[in-house]
Design a binder for this molecule. Sequence first.
Ligand code: B12
Ligand code: SF4
Length: 623
Amino acid sequence: MRPATETERLRRNQTAGFASDSTNYTSSSGGKLIVLTAPLTETIDHAGYFIQMALASLPKWLEFVLNKRYPNWREVERNEDGSARYMPAGVRVLEKSLLREYATDEVVACFPDDLDKFIGPKTRVVAVSTHNPLGVTFAAGVYTSIYGSSKEPLNSIYTRVMFDKIRSSPYRKNFQVVVGGSGGWQITQTNSYEELGVDCVAEGRSESADTLRLFQKAIEGETLPRKINLVHPTSRDAILFPDKRTTFGVVEMTTGCGRRCQFCVPDLNPQIDMPKARILDAVRANVRQGNKVISLATEDMFIWGQVHTDTPFFFPNREALVDLYTEIVNTPGVEHHLLSHCTMAPFVVDPELIRQLSEVLLPKSPMHLPLLSSHPQKKALIPLIGLETGSVRMARQIMPSKGVPFSIDDWPSVVLEGLRVANQNNWFPMMTLMVGNPGETDQDVQETLDLVYEMERRGLFAFLIPSIFTPLHDTRMEHQTGVTHTRQLSPLQWQLLMKCWKHNLRPGQYSWWGPIAWRVGSLFMWLYRLRKLNGPNFTWPLMMFAGLVPERILQGMGKIHAGKPVVSKSRRELIASLRRNYLKHLRADNGDLPESSDRSAEGHPDQSRLNFEAETRTLRVLS
Ligand code: B12
Ligand code: SF4
């Protein structure tokens, strides 16, 4: 669809009776034609990523913990006209997309509390962007289930408050409610249209002409389809970059991934890495509007600069990555930078890249881990990485390419070796694990437990975030079912969940009272509520978690699994097992290359690498 001309926009504004001064906007003066919003719990950004993750996982009755820790977490900033100063990146891209067709005065992005100010008789569409409206995705559902309800994490409660507000608008009959974002599928899958008052769920990105047509239909009063798929752009130039402030300063770095895990949604999108110049423009726009934090959104930061080049994407482009991150953290006004997702194999492929990135990124990291970090200010980098399982059998089944270029048979070695490189450079990732995968056997869970115990044995550290397998829409596993309620968890699955959380307490337990508080607190919770809720399989793992009985004794009593040592390959051995045609993509300055490597057939290894890189750099248009 072609963008509207200025005259057309003005004409539309006049016919719609819009005032030219947006600050005059109130619902009584007509309201905005298109109102964009997102749940409060998905828009806030002042307390770091973790507050949103907690809101996605904690039930209502534990809200007091957040209130105590962050008394002002509900406070948000507004622009002079009452619109939201920051919004999740998805809202901002949608807004930018709509502004190609509609005048600035017709579209507003506001917080749910301000909906009444902007919804008026002239409003035709209320568009909601949501990440996780019903809390039925990984990790989110499981923790509320453990603590008391299987349905209602705080995020979901606040989302319902927002939908109730939209539904009770006196102008509701004039407008249609369209929901989009990565959590829209939760509404279609649970058929919650009526309950939430949603007319249409739009799946996919908002750049497409289909999106503009959808809004046009709604404005013209046509009945919208219940569900519509919006196509994903296939080229980097078709991706829109917001020029307004985003929650957490999220700026898109890549879409898609390429490793093809069976359970993954984002991997279904085309693999695209965004142009550097446009990333930097979006960073500067955020900073101009008061954001001090930037976060590049990606499934795997290490593919950036290596998408559709002559080198397979799983051999990171060291120079391009270091250059990009250096420019971002050195942009005046950027005080903090947060990492989003990445994968483990690149830590083994190019440890020197990790060292160089650490030099660039650590000074701007807001994360501190005093007990673990060797950085002078105890800073740490905490990306999100999928570990998912320690069982090679299960890994082959659900994520056969997770560790490429290494074979999935070496997955435990890739994890241990990658984590060693990560920790040496002060990266302490948050690693997600999936419990209750379809067909998971006790043996699979034991192997994952073995890997966790092996990490401890080797003094390695990652925050381990276990979740219960959730079949996500459209994925290759969408029709499979795993565990659906915590009472179905086996003693081993409970042990894995509780062992991970015990392991995670390590960096927090540097006060004398910390461990005692945990023990007493968890015992109390078990007595008061959890033993009834989660059943008998939970008892011994809880005792282990609380540290009331030493693990050694519980193992001796046969109450929990005793982690067996994992024999793993070193980096040199992993590299020796690579396909020969991959060796030319490895950097000699990392060492460990096989002496008999036939890289010499292509000339001097280092020289050929440099020539290769010079050529691909020239060919690649990164900015
Ligand atoms: C950054 C990020 C976060 C950040 C910040 C989130 C925020 N509020 O800004 C943090 C770390 C806090 C976070 C937390 C969580 N996240 Co998150 N996150 C991401 C990530 C990496 C990027 C999101 C993003 O901004 N993308 C860029 C924008 C532009 O894309 P988008 O939002 O999808 O928007 C596009 C379209 O969806 C569409 N669109 C969006 N809204 C609308 C609305 C309408 C009406 C229309 C028509 C279109 C439309 O247009 C946009 C572009 O054109 C994604 C992965 C990914 N690459 O998407 C995971 C992802 C969205 N997160 C995910 C999950 C599971 C979570 C958590 C539940 C994790 C947890 N257990 O704690 C929590 C939930 C938080 C909450 N409040 O409930 C999953 C979602 C799975 C799902 N829902 O099916 C994803 C896909 C990661 C994954 N690999 O599985 N997350
Ligand atoms: S590595 Fe992560 S993002 Fe990539 S396909 Fe697997 S789960 Fe998806």
